[in-house]
Design a protein around this ligand. Structure first.
Ligand code: 5AD
Ligand code: SF4
Length: 441
């Protein structure tokens, strides 16, 4: 390759976003520079997601568009669709030269060398790795908040989910390597850390120290300079009481638990192979609600899983009434390759899935309007994330993970981004709050 430029586009979850930061770090270390448009790049990379909604078709459409960016380029598909479709991608999109899943990024540097040497069918598709991708070159997008992957892959087998097939078996990093990375980030001035894993709370230190997730949380939150520690995503089965105890013991651990329930019906949960019942899930919610601090609770819901009856669906609605989530992501069940649910009978028609989705979203919207309105008049600490020029507001985030935009006296052009400020809530909407800063940090 002559001018060593790359363009990278990323879809999907935070794991993918952070994987891209590691891939970018590796590329920069190898002498590449990043450009903002595919037209300007010699190497065009696409980090893909295959969680739902005909993801593969969208990837192929985008790859076709990329082709128009000009001749002589090298195209690479990374991430979950790469892992899932494998070498078939070379047949459907012959202009692609690299197909690489996330479990193979440890070899990304080697693959670059192969591409540079002229190879036009380079693959990284092995899933039987026990390695984690721990690059010291990670190029982080945000100077204040950093992701750290603590566990990769997934050993659960939820009947709807493609992740075990796209990210491979569960592998935890050692507690010490996570601590070393967190300390280094604190030294560099990062004040917020988000620990990542598909099942973040299944973390189990493979070294003799054998820390569990609660121990890791406690240790990371004690690092000097650390103001906020978050984690995502937790599996309810592995959400043990010790996690809540660790959170209660140190307010650096943010006031937020994301605990995907997927369905309020124990019958559907069993069909999904979620490994908990509605009652067992509710016990976790009681721990959170009974804790010393007030925590924001959020979730994920799937509607229209095969065999979900009207009665099952009503149990999900009743669960939303009972728990009063602060926010949720809701999805129509989407059949995915390789998964157990694909062959299940009694698939729900698209119109019915759509109807249920709208009902869930309307109910939740009403709950959020009410819950957010209750915050008017309270003061919350925000981390300043940006500036909304047109509205004359700063963008803030609370420990409970709410967006709280606020006005602030003229700073004379100085940026507040990265600061922690107290803000009084003056207005609320379904998805965000508005306020005014009160006093110095
Ligand atoms: N169909 C619909 N939603 C899905 N999710 C995962 N797989 C599917 C699927 N096949 C949702 C789950 C999960 C979130 C990340 O995506 O709710 O928690
Ligand atoms: Fe998408 Fe799941 Fe892969 Fe994340 S792990 S990129 S959500 S398919």
């Amino acid at each position: 390759m002559s001018n060593k430029t790359f363009y990278l586009e990323t879809f999907g979850c935070q794991m993918n976003a952070h994987d891209s930061e590691k891939v970018v770090g590796t590329l920069l270390e190898k002498g590449y520079s990043q450009v903002a448009e595919p037209e300007d790049a010699e190497l065009v990379l696409y980090n893909t997601c295959s969680i739902r909604d005909k993801a593969e078709q969208k990837v192929f459409n985008r790859l076709q568009q990329f082709k128009r960016a000009g001749k002589g380029k090298i195209f690479g598909v990374l991430g979950c669709v790469a892992q899932q479709e494998g070498e078939k991608i070379f047949d459907r999109a012959p202009h692609v030269s690299l197909v690489c899943g996330s479990a193979s990024y440890t070899r990304f540097g080697e693959m670059l060398v192969q591409l540079e040497a002229g190879s036009r069918r380079v693959t990284g598709l092995s899933l039987d790795t026990d390695e984690t991708f721990d690059t010291p070159f990670t190029r982080r997008d945000n100077p204040h908040r950093a992701y750290i992957t603590i566990i990769e892959g997934c050993d659960k087998k939820c009947a709807y989910c493609v992740v075990p097939f796209t990210r491979g078996p569960e592998r935890s990093r050692t507690g010490e390597s996570v601590m070393a990375e967190a300390r280094r980030l604190a030294d560099q001035g990062y004040t917020e850390i988000q620990l990542l894993g598909q099942n973040v709370n299944s973390f189990r230190d493979p070294s003799p120290a054998a820390w569990d997730f609660a121990t890791l949380l406690a240790r990371v939150s004690e690092i000097p300079g650390m103001r906020r520690v978050r984690y995502t995503t937790s599996h309810p089965r592995d959400f043990v009481k010790a996690i809540m105890d660790a959170m209660d013991a140190n307010p650096v651990l943010c006031d937020h638990v994301h605990l995907p329930v997927q369905s309020g019906s124990s019958r559907v949960l069993a069909a999904m192979d979620r490994l908990y019942t509605r009652d067992e899930y509710m016990r976790r919610i009681e721990w959170i609600k009974g804790a010393k601090r007030k925590y924001s609770i959020t979730t994920d819901i799937i509607v229209g899983f095969p065999g979900e009856t009207e009665r099952d669906f009503e149990e999900t609605l009743a669960l939303l009434d009972e728990i009063q989530y602060d926010s949720l992501f809701s999805f129509k069940y989407s059949p995915r390759p390789n998964t157990a649910a694909l062959a299940m009978e009694d698939q729900i028609p698209e119109e019915e899935k759509q109807r249920r989705l709208v009902i869930v979203q309307e109910k939740q919207r009403a709950i959020q309007i009410r819950r957010n309105a209750e915050l008017i008049g309270t003061t919350e600490e925000v981390m300043v994330e940006g500036r909304h020029q047109a509205l004359g507001q700063w963008i803030g985030r609370t420990s409970s993970n709410r967006t709280l935009n606020f006005t602030h006296p003229d700073t004379g052009g100085a940026s507040l981004v990265g600061q922690y400020l107290p803000v009084r809530v003056t207005r609320s909407g379904p998805n965000s709050l508005v306020g005014e800063s009160v006093g110095a940090p």
